[in-house]
Design a protein around this ligand. Structure first.
Ligand code: S3P
Length: 446
């Protein structure tokens, strides 16, 4: 979605009970990786349940520009990969739109190829730090041919003639950085090692193993993960079933908890423990969330979630949980706005470098709707109003951030007064069905 397009505001009104059964779209992290690894592997990858959000489609376009053939049937996406080590040089800049994951993982993927690749993105992506990816790439010998001030996009990379493997300790909790280093290691002879002091989502490790890479993970006595990837593996296409995205499920889930009388089921949600921090927190807050029909779907744990309106209580969320719910803090803050007492969220420094500065965007959105909160350098404290009396009536600046837009529409379903977000456009990056899905449960957005 172009940042230059006219903004399209949306207003959420207080909802009567939300009821019904829904399926959220496929997981964004797994969808990006499915197209990327499928585009790289030899032979055919068939993907069912792919998220057809703008961010993921950009990754598909990038892989096509580098030689993959990607088509869609009624049921599946079919990817014919180039074979590992055989990506082609893109003749045009790769435009990643709003997508941090797509751009950063692709920088890793191409960073050890002796070819030039240019990365561009929208106004939000062009503000996000890329030094965290460029630093390890420099260690592989990648040349940063050009970049915008502050090590940002647009930027152009050229890989070395012959790369040597590295050992890299990830300095912040980031699955994107971990993944970029591992993907760079795919095109390098020898063992690339990532040291991950704080565990983050493990989709790259699991999926690369599924495509045939030799990758081993050892957790030492201090809980630090050592991930070793043997370079230049043969990767072979495979069938993938993408489970429902817990980060998208978060919105109807919190909506049902805070709108009185609600009783909904969200089917087929990914339950990978590196992604369920929000559910753990909401359970501690007294949320009625039942995990039904837990099952294995293509190597990932999934469940149906039955969620009923609940009287929530404020809690203190431990900072070490942050990587397992990093995208869910805006909507957790919305749940906290209806909880009894105070909810304290610590360890939020990474929120400042998401699609927007999500810590400030969340705090500002709460304040403009009459919710009491305190924003610190890396924490947020929210004081709740059970029943939502006096809450709402504000207009929220979304700063090209899909999750800020959806979180504050959810606030509007349970607030006394309507809540407006200044632009709905970015919702299409991760959850194009959001408006229709919420309406099917009985919510009113105009
Ligand atoms: C993602 C990692 C996280 C997350 C993003 C998706 C991934 O980013 O916020 O939405 O798929 O690897 P960081 O690595 O910056 O924490």
């Amino acid at each position: 979605m172009s940042a230059a397009a006219e903004p399209s505001p949306a207003t959420a009104h207080a909802a009567k009970a939300l009821t019904g059964s829904v399926r959220v779209p496929g997981d964004k992290s797994i969808s990006h990786r499915s197209l990327m690894f499928g585009g790289l592997a030899a032979g055919q990858t068939r993907i069912a349940g792919l998220l057809e959000g703008e961010d993921v489609l950009r990754t598909g376009e990038a892989m096509k520009a580098m030689g993959a053939v990607i088509t869609r049937t009624n049921e599946e996406w079919i990817v014919e990969g180039t074979g590992n080590g055989a990506l082609l040089e893109a003749t045009e800049p790769l435009d990643f739109g709003n997508a941090g994951t797509g751009s950063r993982l692709t920088m890793g993927l191409v960073g050890t190829y002796d070819m030039e690749t240019t990365f561009t993105g929208d106004a939000s992506l062009s503000k996000r730090p890329m030094k965290r990816i460029l630093d390890p790439l420099r260690e592989f010998g990648t040349q940063i041919v050009s970049m915008a001030e502050g090590e940002r996009m647009p930027l152009t990379l050229r890989g070395p003639k012959r790369a040597a493997p590295i050992t890299y300790r990830v300095p912040m909790a980031s699955a994107q950085v971990k993944s970029a280093v591992l993907l760079a290691g795919l095109n390098v002879p020898g063992v690339t090692t990532v040291i991950e002091p704080v565990m983050t989502r493990d989709h790259t490790e699991k999926m690369l193993a599924g495509f045939g890479a030799q990758i081993e993970v050892e957790t030492d006595g201090e809980g630090v993960r050592h991930i070793r990837l043997l370079g230049e593996p043969k990767l072979t296409g495979r069938a993938i079933q993408v489970p429902g995205d817990p980060s998208s499920a978060a919105f109807p889930l919190v909506a049902a908890l805070i709108v009185p009388g609600s009783d909904i089921t969200i089917e087929n949600v990914l339950m990978n423990p590196t992604r369920t921090g929000l559910i753990d927190t909401l359970l501690e807050m007294g949320g009625s969330i039942e995990l039904l029909n837990r099952r294995d779907a293509g190597g990932e744990d999934v469940a149906d979630l039955r969620v009923r309106h609940s009287d929530l209580k404020g809690v203190s969320v431990p900072p070490e949980r942050a990587p397992f719910m990093i995208d869910e803090y805006p909507v957790l803050a919305v749940a906290a706005a209806f909880a009894e007492g105070e909810t304290v969220m610590n360890g939020l420094d990474e929120l400042r470098v998401k699609e927007s500065d999500r810590l400030t965007a969340t705090a500002d959105g709460l304040k403009s709707n009459g919710v009491t909160c305190v924003e610190g350098e890396d924490f947020l404290r929210v004081t709740g109003t059970p029943g939502g009396k006096g809450i709402g009536g504000g207009t929220v600046a979304t700063h090209l951030d899909h999750r800020i837009a959806m979180a504050f529409l959810v606030l509007g379903f349970a607030a006394e007064k309507p809540v407006t977000v200044d632009d709905r456009a970015m919702i299409a990056t991760s959850f194009p069905e959001f408006m229709d899905l919420m309406a099917s449960l009985g919510a009113e957005i105009e």
